[in-house]
Every structure is written in structure tokens, then in C-alpha cells.
Design a protein around this ligand. Structure first.
Ligand code: RIB
Length: 310
């Protein structure tokens, strides 16, 4: 069976610098590169590289970035028949700064991603009988996210929502449509209305998300690890220690690893470990999609770190 990703597709314009600039500052950087990104597309590529049959549903503009983005999705093995080329708008772009510690700042110009609507939900609906899992994020309009979650829940898919980028005004009706929600600390804080900055506050945040109707809530704490609450239990998984080069797309890699494990019918506890492993590998390389591991690298990492791979 397959996984569907309904979300954004961006070209990333990346500057590396000794540190991130402050407001009003001009800073001399180290380097510049362009790479395919977008939270939706990154999650699709993460899945396909790990060997999962993956459908991408979303939009690009009728420009050279759009062509490049679709080609690169295909090169990673993602099925792109349902990526609509919107003649009326440019492709999504992300302006990213990365410092020497691997921390980043990102500004996203949604472009075609901002036009995703009910027509795209219609395209997604045609794929539902082929899939077991749907991956969503917040880089496309929220009404489309809600409609996709509704249709997918009705069709019996597992709905995984990465509420990124952070949003304050999430409709109440969305929470009960979500089987697994995976915010990072900033996103969790925006959703629950109090700061989330470590294991204790993350435990409180997952409780709030579950009270709102999310079945399983996972807070990604970056280098600190992951807090997860299921209806039966809650647990903490430490991060895999690695040398961090660039944290861009670590969260997307996590969701790719998590969904891959679930697609392979592993329990949620092990799926979270797979998510953490995929996220750890992604931070060891520069760029969003260039940093996402293939299955061979992923399995070798699990073995090296003493994790049973199946
Ligand atoms: O999650 C990382 C992604 O966020 C980047 O690839 C960028 O396009 C933004 O969407």
C-alpha cells in the first residue's frame, strides 16, 4: 500500500553564515545554494527514499522552479501525477539562512502552495483507496488540510499532521481528525498557548492536544529527544547523538521515518525511534532534500546504533 502527502513544494534558496543576522543587520555569509524543499515535498521524498510507494498532491507554478521541483520529486521516486501546474502563480520559495551550529531561519513565500484548494482535495480523494496513511502539514491553506483530513479519516487512513509552520488559529474540528500530531517545541507552544521547551512542558502539551481530540501526540524536542503520548501510555525517546550541520528538514525526515515504520506495520514506539533516526541523519548534511537518507544509509544507521530494523 501507499502513502499520500498533501502539502507544499518549495525551492529553497539557502545562505550559510557564521551566525544568523539580527534585525536590520547586513552580514557577510559563507555560501549560497539552491535545493528542492517544502515541508510536503520533503516528507514525500523522505518516504520514497526509504522505499515507500508515495503520491505527492500539491501545486507548483508554471515556471522553471516548478519543472525542477517536479523532476526532483520524480528522481527520488515520488509519483507526481497529482502535482498540479498552476499557470496563474509562481512556485513556492523558501529563503533560508543556516549558521555554523546548523540552526536556521526560514521565510516561506507560498506561491502556488497558497492556491491549494478543494480541486486538489478532489485529486487526493481519488487516491484514497490506494493508501493507508496521509501526511499533512500547514504550508497549504488550512481549509484544504481540514478537508483532506476529513476525507482520509472517512476512508480509514491514518492521518499524520505536522502542524508546521506554527499556527495559532487551528480550527477545533481538525484535532479529532488527526491520528498522530507531531509539532516541534515552537509549534506545540503556539497550539497549546504556553511555552514548550523541554520534556516536562512537552508532557503537558501532549495532554492538551489529546484533550482536544488528537489520538497520539508527539512533541519533537530536537537534540533533546521526543515526547509521545498514546491513548494507553506516554514515553520519552532520546535523540541519537550526531554532529549537526543543518537542522533544515529534520522534522520532515522524522515524519518520513515515522510513517515508513507504520506503513511497515511496526508499533508506534518503534516508529518514533525510526523518526528520530531519520531526523538525526538529516541534520548531518546541508539542505532539505539533499539531506534525506536512502534506505541503505538508514538501515546501516539503525544497525550501527543498535536498533532492530524490522
Ligand atoms: O522543513 C523545511 C522546509 O521548510 C524547507 O525545505 C522550506 O522549503 C520550508 O518549507
Amino acid at each position: 500500500m501507499s502513502i499520500i502527502v498533501f502539502g507544499s513544494i518549495n525551492i529553497d534558496l539557502v545562505a550559510t553564515a557564521p551566525r544568523l543576522p539580527v534585525a536590520g543587520e547586513t552580514l557577510l555569509g559563507h555560501d549560497f545554494f539552491k535545493a528542492p524543499g517544502g515541508k510536503g515535498a520533503n516528507q514525500a521524498v523522505a518516504l520514497a527514499r526509504l522505499g515507500i510507494s508515495t503520491y505527492m498532491v500539491g501545486r507548483v507554478g508554471a515556471d522553471s522552479f516548478g519543472t525542477e521541483l517536479v523532476n526532483s520529486l520524480q528522481a527520488s521516486g515520488v509519483q507526481t501525477n497529482n502535482v498540479f501546474v498552476d499557470e496563474t502563480v509562481s512556485s513556492g520559495v523558501a529563503i533560508i539562512s543556516v549558521d555554523v551550529r546548523g540552526e536556521n531561519q526560514i521565510i516561506v513565500i507560498p506561491g502556488a502552495n497558497g492556491r491549494v484548494n478543494q480541486e486538489d482535495v478532489g485529486r487526493l480523494s481519488c487516491l484514497l483507496p490506494k493508501a493507508t496513511v496521509l501526511l499533512l502539514q500547514f504550508e497549504i491553506p488550512i481549509p484544504a488540510v481540514v478537508a483532506a483530513a476529513k476525507a482520509s479519516q472517512k476512508a480509514g487512513l491514518t492521518v499524520i499532521l505536522d502542524p508546521a509552520p506554527a499556527q495559532k488559529d487551528v480550527p477545533d474540528e481538525l484535532y479529532p481528525l488527526v491520528d498522530i500530531m507531531t509539532p516541534n517545541e515552537v509549534e506545540a507552544g503556539q497550539l497549546v498557548g504556553f511555552p514548550v521547551d523541554g520534556e516536562e512542558s512537552a508532557k503537558k502539551a501532549v495532554e492538551v492536544l489529546q484533550q482536544r481530540g488528537v489520538k497520539n501526540a508527539i512533541v519533537k524536542l530536537g537534540a533533546k529527544g521526543v515526547v509521545c503520548a498514546t491513548p494507553q501510555q506516554s514515553f520519552f525517546i532520546p535523540a541519537f547523538p550526531v554532529h549537526t550541520v543543518d537542522t533544515t528538514a529534520a522534522g520532515d525526515a522524522f515524519n518520513g521515518g515515522l510513517a515508513t515504520a507504520l506503513c511497515e506495520e511496526l508499533p508506534l514506539h518503534q516508529a518514533v525511534v525510526w523518526g528520530a533516526a531519520a531526523g538525526a541523519l538529516a541534520v548531518t548534511k546541508l539542505g532539505a532534500q539533499p539531506s534525506l537518507p536512502n534506505r541503505e544509509t538508514f538501515d546501516a544507521f539503525l544497525k550501527e546504533r543498535g536498533v532492530v530494523s524490522r
